[in-house]
Design a protein around this ligand. Structure first.
Ligand SMILES: C[S@@+](CC[C@H](N)C(=O)[O-])C[C@H]1O[C@@H](n2cnc3c(N)ncnc32)[C@H](O)[C@@H]1O
Length: 227
């Protein structure tokens, strides 16, 4: 397991995010030219309705959880990195923030009307188990949204490689804990493409699974309904 292969143990992932917590938000905005805010808003609007109990798993510094609260959700953010959670708590002390593992969610079955995961499922050791856990904590008919980086095909692909595989790891060398930005493109390379992720969601018990691509196919938003 290494940053170069894009595969890390759970404790490796946790340490990596603890280290990059201070620069995480700024790096996100730089890498996506600020588009990440819009993607999180669209993700929240896709599945959250006013009054919904919402779990934002792998919440990191909290931006997707906060987007879900803006749509009217009663939000719980969960992450296993304490340093990331500290930042989330500072931004939105009124939300519920829980330290925990996506692979063993500390919630009863059927506790939530909606679950969201932003740029999180790519990091887990066992994707099928993560999807099963997300399905378990949703009530039947509850909705899931997964926002994740993917690899574009066609005209944008060479530009993407130049930026994401070349420039991002270089920029990462300038910031503390920057090996995370070598891990990032490598983890996207080994992660299932959008069609395959949709299939895994169906196998985990989600119906009406659909996805849309943003920014020429750099990011995918998958949505589905717990059947
Ligand atoms: C790339 S950040 C995404 C943060 C946030 N969702 C966003 O939209 O920016 C991934 C987060 O997932 C968390 N994470 C990864 N694997 C996890 C797991 N098994 N359980 C809980 N959190 C996990 C990391 O600690 C990190 O904060």
């Amino acid at each position: 397991m290494s940053v170069q292969t894009g595969r890390l143990s759970a404790s490796g992932v946790q340490t990596m995010f603890d280290r990059i917590a201070p620069v995480y938000d700024s790096m996100n905005h730089v890498m996506t030219a600020g588009l990440d805010r819009r993607w999180r808003r669209i993700t929240a609007e896709a599945v959250v309705r006013s009054g919904h109990e919402v779990l934002d798993a792998c919440c990191g510094t909290g931006d997707l959880a906060i987007a879900c609260a803006r749509v009217g959700g009663r939000v719980t953010g969960l992450d296993f990195s304490e340093r990331m959670l500290e930042r989330a708590r500072t931004k939105a002390p009124e939300l519920r923030w829980v330290r925990g593992d996506l692979l063993e969610l500390p919630f009863e079955g059927g506790s939530f009307d909606a679950v969201t995961v932003g740029f999180g499922v790519r990091n887990v050791e066992d994707l099928e188990r993560a999807l099963a856990e997300l399905r378990r904590v949703l009530r039947p008919g509850g909705r899931i949204a997964i926002l994740e980086i993917t690899r574009p095909r066609g005209a944008l692909a060479p530009f993407y490689r130049l930026w994401f595989d070349g420039a991002v790891p270089l920029i990462g060398k300038l910031v503390p804990g920057g090996s995370a930005y070598t891990y990032l493109p490598a983890s996207v390379r080994r992660f299932p493409g959008p069609g395959e992720l949709a299939e895994l969601m169906r196998a985990a018990g989600f119906g009406d699974v659909r996805y849309r691509l943003f920014a020429g196919g750099i990011v995918a938003l998958h949505a589905g309904v717990a059947s």
